[in-house]
Design a protein around this ligand. Structure first.
Ligand code: PSU
Ligand code: MN
Length: 299
């Protein structure tokens, strides 16, 4: 695996000296937000990790190399370039083999973080079970990855572009340890609550780190998903956001959007219909980066 990895000198040093490191994904940059907000956000998230005493490691594949820790010019490239692949578990060897450029989803970022020895990863929202799954069979590979790769992922729950109760059912079936951060209600990304109950919660970064360490020590495979609700000041009421989501879903059906394109299409539609959604997305991602850094310090 080492032949395919390129750790930045800073990340390599930090890992060697057992300093806290937080992985960040790149699909949010190339397929999750418009330019220049994507570029600014990627830099802001790195800054937020540093402000909380950890080293950021944004992950992507560039020219077939799995890079752990990107330069500012790498991030700028991923923000602007057309044709950056969206890489999940299935596509990772393809991009490496053909020396292509690709942004990593939650699934692929978890894999690469694990190859490099990074244990904590902050994202906005993880993928899940799509609405209309009985027709489309569309279930994100992120869920399977959480069940097999030992990374602690901090996310603001999942968006209600997805079927949240079914997403939680699949996580349960797969044995993923899902805990609320100071909440007993699974957050729905833009809103603090989804109405779906969580049965486990942690109340501080220490407890989150202890849970992850215990799972590893017990030899149980898979990750831990820490669901961190957006702050009250930045949340969008479910009623407001759901209207935009419903319209985006309708349009994706009319345009027959399927597969990998579904999530990026819905994200850009929602922001088009409700620009406030982009700001909320940035704030929650920052909050997740900060919490991930605090957890990493406790490991
Ligand atoms: N949800 C978001 N923003 C995102 C994604 C999901 O709110 O940027 C991205 C993440 O990278 C996630 C991926 O891993 O989409 C899931 O894609 P799919 O549904 O095709 O598995
Ligand atoms: Mn899918």
């Amino acid at each position: 695996m080492m032949d395919f990895l390129e750790l930045s000198p800073e990340v390599k040093d930090a890992l060697k000296n057992s300093q806290p490191v937080v992985a960040l994904e790149s699909t949010i940059i190339s397929h999750g937000m418009p330019y220049p907000k994507n570029f600014e956000t990627a830099l802001t998230l790195e800054k937020e990790v540093r402000a909380h005493g950890a080293i950021p490691a944004t992950i992507a594949v560039i020219g077939g190399k799995i890079k752990i820790g990107l330069s500012e010019s790498d991030i700028e490239y991923l923000s602007k370039a057309k044709g950056i692949l969206k890489l999940s578990r299935m596509d990772l060897p393809y991009a490496v083999s053909k020396k292509l450029d690709g942004a990593t989803t939650v699934a692929a970022t978890m894999m690469c973080a694990n190859f490099g020895g990074v244990k904590v990863f902050a994202t906005g929202g993880v993928g899940g079970v799509h609405k209309g799954v009985n027709e489309s069979f569309d279930i994100s590979a992120d869920l399977v990855e959480l069940s097999q790769t030992p990374i602690l992922v901090v996310s603001a729950g999942v968006k209600s572009i997805l079927d949240i109760p079914k997403t939680l059912e699949v996580l349960e079936t797969l044995g993923v340890t899902v805990v609320g951060y100071k909440t007993q209600d699974f957050p729905s990304f833009y809103s603090r609550k989804s109405g779906s109950k969580l049965y486990m919660h942690v109340d501080d970064p220490y407890e989150a780190a202890a849970l992850y360490k215990t799972k590893r020590k017990m030899g149980i495979k898979g990750g831990v998903l820490v669901a961190n609700p957006i702050s009250e000041a930045h949340e969008i009421p479910n009623g407001v956001i759901n209207e935009a989501i419903e319209r985006a879903l309708k349009e994706s059906k009319i345009k027959k959007i399927t597969g990998k394109e579904t999530t990026p299409f819905l994200l850009s539609k929602i922001v088009e219909l409700l620009p406030q959604a982009l700001e909320a997305n940035i704030y929650l991602a920052m909050s997740n980066a900060a919490l991930a850094a605090e957890i990493a310090k406790n490991l």
